[in-house]
Design a protein around this ligand. Structure first.
Ligand SMILES: NC(=O)c1ccc[n+]([C@@H]2O[C@H](COP(=O)([O-])OP(=O)(O)OC[C@H]3O[C@@H](n4cnc5c(N)ncnc54)[C@H](OP(=O)(O)O)[C@@H]3O)[C@@H](O)[C@H]2O)c1
Length: 299
């Protein structure tokens, strides 16, 4: 039997690189869509089942890649994340999160590729609203979901959107809170932080990868009957930032010098993460936070 074929965007990123490896490990043929200057350092080692396509930015370029890859499923992770934007960021936010994403959906429609595992964010749901974006990044994610309704209605796309909360794991170099904690633990330096009452919902990378594979499964086996559905990928156990820092200190065995309240909360800080999500059928996180933090700290 020939291997299942996946097309994957965002494979030079933290989650995408690991998902590419995971799909290879499970026997998939994997086609990566990267930009001409996307970094290759994090990509899986070359193997005959791994194909790297450099996209020239055009819609027809992506149609050609889709036709050549002929995947049974598309995993869309590419995105520009900015917690707060400046005026000069508008074009690149729209380019990454709307234009490229719409080119991808169009290429799927043109090539009769139907199954899409898309990536959204819990930040589309500030203060538990059905829709209230925390920032422009979250608004662009939501706008793409709105566009996908057209492709579902008129071109038969079937879409599972994973709305991620925070994610972490070994090798994560993104400038997020855990890397700040790791740095002050290792350097013994001091850090000014907000008062630390905001709840943080962290899901370990292996559990996140399980969610992507499971989302494909619910599309492929018909567990998801409707053409489009959103699923929250939550730990189910968010904890205050102060408690997270205390756990990090315990796990790393190093005291953390944090000046709590030395900085204000940022505008529209998410104090309580989204709770009114639909869980992904057949998925739940397995890695306990203390275990995941230990693996993160030791890497
Ligand atoms: N990590 C989290 O905690 C979290 C939370 C909520 C949602 N998400 C979502 O999860 C997905 C993966 O996140 P991540 O943290 O792994 O991302 P990441 O490390 O920031 O990587 C982003 C990826 O997107 C690609 N990309 C950026 N702009 C692009 C463009 N204009 N055209 C094509 N590709 C572009 C990057 O490629 P280059 O190498 O070319 O820049 C890179 O491969 C994203 O959709 C993100 O919004 C993540």
């Amino acid at each position: 039997m020939s291997a299942r074929r996946a097309l994957l965007t965002g494979a030079s990123g933290f989650i995408g690189a690991r998902l590419a490896q995971r799909l290879l490990d499970e026997g998939w043929e994997v086609h990566l869509v990267l930009r001409p200057d996307s970094a290759s350092a994090a990509l899986p080692a070359p193997t005959p089942r791994l194909h790297v396509h450099r996209h020239d930015g055009s819609t027809m370029g992506l149609v050609d890649i889709m036709r050549a890859a002929a995947p049974q499923a598309v995993f869309h992770l590419a995105s520009l994340f900015l917690a707060q934007h400046q005026p000069q960021d508008v074009e690149r936010l729209v380019q990454a999160n709307l234009l490229f994403s719409t080119q991808l959906a169009e290429a799927m429609a043109q090539c009769d590729v139907r199954l899409l595992v898309n990536t959204g964010t819990s930040w589309e749901h500030y203060e538990d609203a059905d829709y209230d974006p925390v920032c422009l990044y979250a608004a662009t994610k939501h706008a793409f979901s709105a566009l996908l309704h057209y492709y579902a209605a008129c071109h038969g796309l079937r879409v599972a959107t994973l709305k991620l909360f925070d994610t972490y794991g070994p090798g994560d170099t993104r400038p997020k809170v855990l890397n700040l904690l790791k740095r002050i633990a290792n350097e013994g330096s001091q850090l000014a932080m907000s008062p630390g009452g905001q709840l943080i919902d962290l899901v370990y990378i292996d559990d996140v990868l399980d969610a992507y594979v499971q989302a494909w499964q619910v599309l492929a086996d018909g567990t998801q009957a409707e053409p489009m559905a959103d699923y929250g990928v939550s730990s189910g156990a968010p904890l205050p930032l102060r408690d997270l820092a205390a756990l990090y200190a315990q796990v790393s065995g190093k005291p953390l010098a944090i000046d709590w309240g030395g900085r204000p909360y940022r505008p529209r800080e998410v104090m309580v993460p989204w709770t009114r999500y639909q869980p992904l059928p057949g998925w739940q996180p397995k890695v306990a936070l203390a275990d995941g933090l230990a693996r993160f700290h030791q890497a």
